[in-house]
Design a protein around this ligand. Sequence first.
Ligand SMILES: Cc1ncc(COP(=O)(O)O)c(C=O)c1O
Length: 430
Amino acid sequence: MPNKKNKTMSRLSDRDQNHLWHPLTQHKLHPSHIAITKAKGALLFDEEGNSYIDGIASWYTCMYGHCNETIIEKVTAQLQQLDQVVFSGFTHQPAVEMSEALMQILPANQQKIFFSDNGSTSVDVAIKMALQSHFNQGDTRARIIALENAFHGDTFGAMSVSGLSVYNGAFEDFLLQIDRIDVPTQENFEVVKSEFETLVATGEVAAFIFEPLVQGAAAMHMYSANLLDELIAIAQKHKVICIADEVMTGFGKTGTYFASDQLNNKPDILCLSKSLTGGVVPMALTTCTQEVYDAFYDDEIKKGFFHGHTYSANPLGCTAILAGIELLTSNEMQQNIARVTEQHRAFEARIKKHPKVKSTRQLGVIFALDLNVEMERYGNLRDQLFNFFMDHGVCLRPLGSTVYILAPFVITNEELQKIYSTIEAALEQL
Ligand SMILES: Cc1ncc(COP(=O)(O)O)c(C=O)c1O
């Protein structure tokens, strides 16, 4: 029997080490975790009384600010009314109202909404929807096209379509077979397009999945809407279902409600999570066109979509989504988005010529700079930078040699300036 007696310790960060296993962590190298006890707006507070500006909105979730009063008020009221009910055979007001509000801001071709719990499951749902949609029509297609360096999550389907595989070695033999194409650029487009055309012309491709305009985990890699548009047009001509994974890009971050708003050819399926609920409750949605849905609508039960999560459409989550949509569409939040975008532009103009900066990019409230150094994705320099930022009261998590900012829309100009000057100070240390 393992000894379950906890060592007597008072700090949360010490007690944490008794039983907790953190995500994406090699505990032998990183045993200690900072205990956060409180958050408000763009600030996190730790158990030692230190504060940090949350420059990545806690993995792009709390975009309307931590502990947002509008969301909390509505979720608290909902908590008194209806906490949870099975969503198979039952429905409820928060789900219905949320669906009506979401339809007002989603790309016009989206019609139906399916629930799950996180970004990865929203992707798995999308993949299953696409495969079964063809299957139900007697058109069995087994291939899926994904982009190189994509990241779509950590469940098996999502892992399969993701390109960053160095950490997935143990699972490689168990993943779906995926055809990968390079992210289109002006330089490679003719080659990529021709490869893509050859693949879809086989009639065997069920789906094409992509993170539209920005590949988040690939160090905020940005690519052209026009080129993606062309690929979507080719795919849709061959009845390939196009899946936009907007788990990171959704809800205002790229300057439009969805990155797909910047495309002429609208994806058939969208995956949504992260700031969907303003970071208050874990939840995810996979939305689709009427056409995708119609492939499941049949007298035969087995043609239905038999995928379901216990907490589907949890009323608290739906309420948080509804409150989030109200905030996102408000003049105040749109002005915040425009303001942060402007601030980033001015910082970019100032920093891009710095000798330690190789390149910069920005879209909406997403800003990234690549350092002029060679290093491993999770190497020492990355850790040193992270520690430097935290020591200066700024929470930024560099991805390899890329430092990016994706802060809550409500961050103040002073807080933004502190992030910028801390990055500049870090460059001087390199
Ligand atoms: C584009 C994209 N898709 C999917 C995911 C997975 O989401 P989750 O971590 O909620 O499973 C992420 C997470 O970072 C993401 O950025």
